[in-house]
Design a protein around this ligand. Structure first.
Ligand code: SF4
Length: 248
């Protein structure tokens, strides 16, 4: 950890970094993006913490706690945003609770405007089966947009090795829809690197990951995958849908 970043990390929770304009943020991305492309994940997080202070958070779907673990080492107390859609597996909620209990992070569970029963009343039951794009928009995309309002930058655990759609994901990018800097510290990590980090650091992993679910979303839209299948092929299987919309 660099001296500058150590200071940023120490004062992370109390930092009062002012928000930057869209132009300033885009300029930052164009200058730093290429520089950090080959940097280790820790250095990428260090840069984000030093640059954005408390206007930087990480998001986690609780498939594992690799990103939360890395970020908590750089910036104890960092905000970790979890989208609690109301449709998660019990194992995912358990992983979230374990992360909150064991890592020095500020876990923020974000819920949609409507509960599942309220959504059922408004749109009819099982919207996920009839219009998964709308369901994701209501339960993931909009809640995340609202949750990120107070931040200039957010980090995701997105990796290029996960699926063909993600092979060009930049390490530091501009998310034009959200008007935020999007940081993907693990973008270049292989499956083997994730496994090694988990083993060497005793990182929490969602138990479903060892039960045929390499990518874990809401239970109605996630199925087991067979060995050798694309790791995300169990998400919205048979519908043609491949992303929930928060990475588009
Ligand atoms: S993944 Fe399925 S259940 Fe979850 S928000 Fe999207 S459509 Fe709804």
């Amino acid at each position: 950890m660099t001296a500058a970043t150590t200071m940023a990390a120490r004062s992370f929770r109390g930092s009062t970094t002012a928000g930057r304009s869209k132009e300033e943020l885009k300029d930052l991305v164009s200058h730093v993006g290429a520089e950090l492309e080959l940097a280790p994940a820790e250095v990428i997080i260090e840069w984000a913490v030093a640059t954005f202070g408390n206007r930087f958070c990480i998001t986690s779907s609780m498939g594992d706690a690799v990103l939360a673990h890395l970020a908590s080492r750089v910036a104890p107390g960092i905000d970790v945003v979890f989208l609690d859609t109301g449709y998660h597996f019990a194992e995912t909620i358990g992983t979230r609770d374990a992360v909150e209990a064991t890592l020095p992070v500020n876990l923020i569970s974000v819920t949609p405007a409507q509960s599942v029963s309220e959504q059922d009343a408004a749109h009819g039951p099982d919207l996920y089966a009839r219009d998964p794009d709308l369901c994701c928009a209501l339960r993931k995309v909009k809640p995340l947009e609202d949750a990120l309002a107070g931040y200039d930058a957010w980090a995701t655990g997105l990796r290029r090795a996960e699926t063909r759609n993600r092979v060009i994901a930049p390490v530091i990018g501009w998310d034009d829809k959200k008007r935020k800097v999007k940081v993907s510290p693990l973008a270049r990590w292989s499956d083997e690197q994730v496994e090694r980090y988990v083993a060497e650091n005793g990182v929490l992993v969602n138990p479903l990951a060892y039960d045929g679910y390499p990518s874990i979303g809401c239970w109605p839209c996630t199925r087991r995958v067979a060995p050798g299948e694309d790791s995300r092929s169990g998400r919205w299987a048979g519908t043609g849908k491949t992303e929930c919309g928060i990475h588009q």
